[in-house]
Design a protein around this ligand. Structure first.
Ligand SMILES: Nc1ncnc2c1ncn2[C@@H]1O[C@H](COP(=O)(O)OP(=O)(O)OP(=O)(O)O)[C@@H](O)[C@H]1O
Length: 312
């Protein structure tokens, strides 16, 4: 099957700064692909090369099998690009802004009005379409950005950190809308430094750091890289020191630490299933008054691979 979007060996340097080095991945039709990395990791530079705004120093981009460098017109027609900011017209309504972009992109007048209504529905702004842009929240404006990128029915939608600076309500509307689009068969390239968004929206994820992809796979594959151990927090009432000594000996417990006068942290294989054994182990010394099992997530993978936290 031809990939909707594929790139290989992408490189971009700015003087001494290597912004992107040897970046490559492939997005199948209907796949939601996440590019996860901290600020400055090279996400925007990568996207700029994928959409033809920046010429790579090396590497190739294929959009639906068409080489972007050889036939940019044809390749770009299949891409919907949502940059971090686009200039919208504050004195025009949401609908008028979409009409403006539709004409700017060269869409035929015939059919445009109907397509605008479809897009307004997709981005959840049908009932506010006649409001002026300067009365919109930041999140509503971002949704108009997304709508503008969808007008020409692209095969792949590329979004550069679409929820930065967006209110929670719009954030939810954006993520819900993207899930619907993917459900309808659109491919997505989603970049973010919020791992919980990438975990929610994307089937496959590349972790990018210092311009390079350092890990790639399904969410499950990436999380498996940190191993299958869970973190368990226990709050105890009674002789905590004696209980702690007993907990350390329970089979499956890999590490144990006192984290407070009444609390203990354990790292254990299959932590969830170990809880009954832990609770009975401390019997006679203390009772467990609260438990929390924290399963590994992409944040843990990122920490494991880079030694730094995603949110710096
Ligand atoms: N025009 C430029 N000139 C010089 N250096 C640049 C330029 N654009 C980006 N860089 C550098 O390249 C690296 C990657 O930047 P990029 O904007 O692609 O990262 P990012 O992951 O998109 O981060 P952010 O979320 O902050 O935009 C950074 O070190 C940045 O300072």
């Amino acid at each position: 099957m031809t990939a909707t979007l594929a790139c290989e060996g992408l490189r971009k340097r700015y003087g001494d700064v290597t912004a992107v080095e040897d970046v490559g991945f492939s997005i199948a039709p209907g796949q939601a692909y996440g590019l996860l990395g901290p600020n400055g990791a090279g996400k925007t530079t990568t996207i700029s090369m994928l959409v033809g705004l920046l010429r790579p120093d090396a590497g190739t981009v294929l959009v639906g099998g068409t080489d972007l460098a050889a036939d940019p017109r044809r390749a770009k027609a299949r891409i919907g690009y949502v940059p971090q900011e686009i200039a919208l017209y504050p004195e025009l309504t949401g609908r008028e802004n979409l009409r403006f972009f539709g004409r700017l992109f060269g869409l035929a007048r015939r059919g445009l009005a109907g397509r605008i209504e479809e897009v307004l529905d997709l981005i959840g702004l049908s009932d506010r379409a006649d409001g002026r842009l300067d009365t919109y929240s930041g999140g509503m404006r971002r949704r108009i950005n997304i709508g503008a990128a969808l007008l020409h029915r692209p095969d792949v939608l590329i979004l550069d950190e679409p929820t930065v600076g967006v209110d929670p309500q719009s954030r939810k509307a954006i993520l819900d809308g993207l899930e619907l689009l993917v459900g309808d068969g659109m491919s997505l390239l989603y970049t973010s430094h919020y791992m919980e968004e990438v975990e929610r929206v994307c089937d496959r994820v590349a972790i990018i750091d210092h311009g390079r992809i350092i890990a790639e796979g399904t969410r499950r594959e990436l999380i498996a890289m940190v191993g299958s151990a869970d973190k368990i927090e226990l709050v105890l009432d009674g002789d905590v020191e004696a209980a702690y000594a007993k907990l350390r000996t329970v089979e499956g417990v890999i590490e144990a630490a006192r984290t407070g006068a009444e609390s203990v942290r354990l790292i254990a294989e299959g932590g969830r299933y170990l809880l009954p054994a832990l609770i009975s182990a401390v019997e006679g010394s203390a009772t467990v008054t609260a438990t929390q099992v924290i399963e590994p997530d992409l944040e843990a993978t990122f920490l494991h691979l880079t030694g730094t936290s995603l949110r710096d």
